[in-house]
Design a protein around this ligand. Structure first.
Ligand SMILES: C[S@@+](CC[C@H](N)C(=O)[O-])C[C@H]1O[C@@H](n2cnc3c(N)ncnc32)[C@H](O)[C@@H]1O
Length: 268
């Protein structure tokens, strides 16, 4: 019995196919790894911080393993646009990124959520049934890579306004055969943007507080009639959600530094 449990845990971990509980020992011994197994390097544990190292340095190492060229692209963006923290003046022709806050010039360590934090949040939700996960303001799509390890049969969509980030994220998804993951170039604040339904949403302070508020109002329409989970990283989004506590309940998850929380909406 103990051996069966161990075998199941190992198979679940290396294949990323989810729970194998109802299979007999014989089936487990003859288990044929499904299509996803060629990505065996990128299992759930690949993203966890078991060595308790610096989450930002660990993320940089993982980015390298995936062949992301983030530093190069961000430097290029900074040559094209004025950094978000500098005011526009006539001394320089460079303008801020148009239409919304794209955080150009933010250190690449803090632009995206560390993999280990995404891992911990998805670990908390690993047993729920998921068809689709959406990251609003997805950067280079790091969330998708971890989603692929936890929910290999779910669809991941990341909406991102900066085309260079979208192109790089999709290049990395393609390179690793992550056909279930995609980044879509969109401004989530524009009048013609329609937020699709998903079981899990991920928001890391993608813009100014009022931008996030606008998006949360659209999300509320979905969450009122469907049980929805929201992984919220950052000060703005968490502050806004406190004021929406009749819809969003806080789960028991809390990240080590308290910057990330998970909320869920009641079923309709
Ligand atoms: C703080 S980063 C978070 C990246 C990713 N979600 C993560 O946690 O790793 C926010 C991203 O949202 C994008 N963004 C900001 N405003 C947006 C908008 N209105 N529509 C789509 N993307 C937006 C920015 O360009 C930036 O890449």
């Amino acid at each position: 019995m103990k051996l069966k449990k161990k075998l199941m845990t190992v198979l679940e971990e290396i294949t990323g196919v989810g729970k194998l509980e109802n299979l007999s020992t014989n089936t487990l011994l003859n288990f044929t790894p499904p299509i996803k197994c060629n990505k065996s390097k990128f299992t759930k544990t690949f993203f966890s911080n078991t060595a308790n190292s610096n989450p930002y340095e660990l993320s940089q190492k993982i980015d390298r393993d995936f062949d992301y060229k983030i530093f190069k692209i961000e430097s290029k963006l900074l040559r094209k646009y004025r950094a978000f923290y500098k005011v526009e003046d006539d001394s320089n022709r460079k303008k801020h990124f148009p239409s919304c806050q794209a955080w150009i010039g933010l250190h690449h360590f803090t632009l995206q959520t560390p993999y280990s934090l995404i891992h911990d949040a998805l670990m908390h939700l690993k047993d729920i049934s998921v068809n689709r996960i959406i990251d609003v303001g997805a950067g280079y799509g790091r969330v998708g890579l971890v989603v692929d390890a936890f929910f290999p049969n779910a669809e991941f969509i990341g909406y991102e306004v900066v085309k260079e980030r979208v192109n790089e994220g999709n290049r990395v998804f393609d390179k690793h055969d992550m056909n279930n993951c995609s980044l879509i170039k969109a401004n989530v604040l524009s009048a013609d943007f329609d937020l699709p339904q998903a079981e899990i949403y991920f928001i890391y302070d993608f813009g100014e507080k009022e931008d996030i508020h606008q998006l949360l109002l659209s999300l509320a329409h979905i969450a009122k009639s469907n049980k929805t989970y929201l992984i919220a990283n950052g000060e703005y989004v968490n502050e806004l959600l406190k004021g929406m506590n009749s819809l969003w309940k806080k789960s028991s998850f809390d990240s080590e530094k308290g910057e990330m929380k998970i909320y869920f909406s009641n079923e309709a």
